[in-house]
Design a protein around this ligand. Structure first.
Ligand SMILES: Nc1ncnc2c1ncn2[C@@H]1O[C@H](COP(=O)(O)OP(=O)(O)O)[C@@H](O)[C@H]1O
Ligand SMILES: CC(=O)N[C@@H](CCC(=O)OP(=O)(O)O)C(=O)O
Length: 300
């Protein structure tokens, strides 16, 4: 009897959170490092289907960097990264597209469908949903910067009840061009801004952003991010992630969080519990008479 009451209590506790996010769009960046085991993948799919069933609109943007590097190594092609962004030669681009748009995108899509969703797997090339141009005048090869996202098309899919699953490959709008490789964090942030998502969640393989002593930093603003990047606390693959969080919250997204994708049901823990988990990103404090208005607004 006690156990049954506990179960009911869990559902009751979730009501305010469900109300808050009902009808809202949540972009989830599903990093390669959070896709490691079949068990975790199942839990991820269950979370996404639950969000949809309680009236939220999840949109998935996935990564797969580790799988790309693994295949490149087998093919004896060197992986090179600058500040967390891959440098993409033409042959690397072909591998990137094969792994992201082919393998990973279709696996996530069919897993979600197996769990009862209406998921649709696409890449930024489909109907040119994501357009890009070369990053830093071609210094990164076929790695691109996003110039445009067709938010209306994504919203139309959502309105039709679909869960879009988007691979971070962009169209170049040039015939016989292989397209652009976009860091998945950047793609998630740009998609979230284009559809004015309520939240963007980045699932990764660490608790959140850590300080030099390995302690979790619960919340960061843009000044903190700049300071920690400068002193080397934030490095490698965490750089595009924090930059993408800041970019999102200054461009139409209410909140951004980096959470631990290794924790089972981390999405539900973040959305349906009062404390949340991981690192949240806040717009720079607009303090007034000691009252932090921006912070209060961010907490709503
Ligand atoms: N300050 C930091 N806090 C947490 N992780 C950091 C930090 N600086 C660098 N990292 C690294 O960033 C990694 C996450 O980036 P990445 O491997 O690209 O993940 P994903 O595949 O999810 O995009 C962490 O596993 C960690 O090694
Ligand atoms: C330009 C760039 O860095 N592209 C990434 C795209 C995949 C990705 O970002 O995957 P994760 O989210 O798992 O790291 C790459 O080629 O690895």
């Amino acid at each position: 009897m006690q156990k049954k009451h506990q179960k009911v209590q869990v559902l009751l506790d979730a009501i305010p959170h469900i109300k808050k996010f009902y009808g809202k769009t949540i972009v989830i960046k599903y990093g390669g490092s959070a896709q490691t085991s079949p068990d975790l993948q199942e839990k991820f799919a269950e979370d996404i289907v639950l969000l949809k069933l309680v009236g939220m609109n999840p949109v998935i943007v996935h990564g797969g960097g580790a799988r790309i590097s693994e295949l490149l190594e087998k093919l004896n092609i060197k992986s090179e990264f600058i500040d967390g962004h891959r440098v993409t030669s033409e042959e690397t681009m072909r591998v990137v597209e094969m792994v992201l748009s082919g393998d990973i995108n279709k696996n996530i899509t069919s897993l979600l469908n197996y769990h009862g969703a209406k998921a649709i797997g696409i890449s930024g090339k489909d109907s040119s949903i994501i357009k890009a141009k070369p990053k830093e005048n071609g210094k990164f090869g076929y790695t691109g910067v996003v110039t445009e996202v067709n938010g209306q098309l994504i919203n139309n899919l959502v309105k039709e009840g679909f869960i879009p699953v988007i691979a971070p490959i962009a169209d170049s709008a040039t015939p016989s061009h292989p397209g652009f490789n976009i860091n998945a964090d950047v793609a998630a942030s740009k998609v979230a801004s284009a559809i004015n998502a309520q939240k963007v969640l980045f699932l990764t393989d660490i608790k959140g952003v850590l300080d030099k002593d390995g302690n979790l930093l619960n919340s960061l603003d843009n000044n903190d991010v700049e300071k920690y990047k400068k002193d080397g606390t934030i490095a490698g693959g965490m750089i595009p992630k924090v930059d993408s969080c800041i970019d999102a919250i200054y461009n139409g997204v209410n909140k951004a969080h980096i959470i631990d994708g290794r924790v089972e049901h981390s999405i539900l823990l973040e959305l349906f519990t009062s404390d949340g988990i991981g690192t949240q990103f806040l717009r720079k404090n607009g303090t007034n008479n000691g009252i932090d208005i921006e912070k209060l607004l961010n907490e709503i």
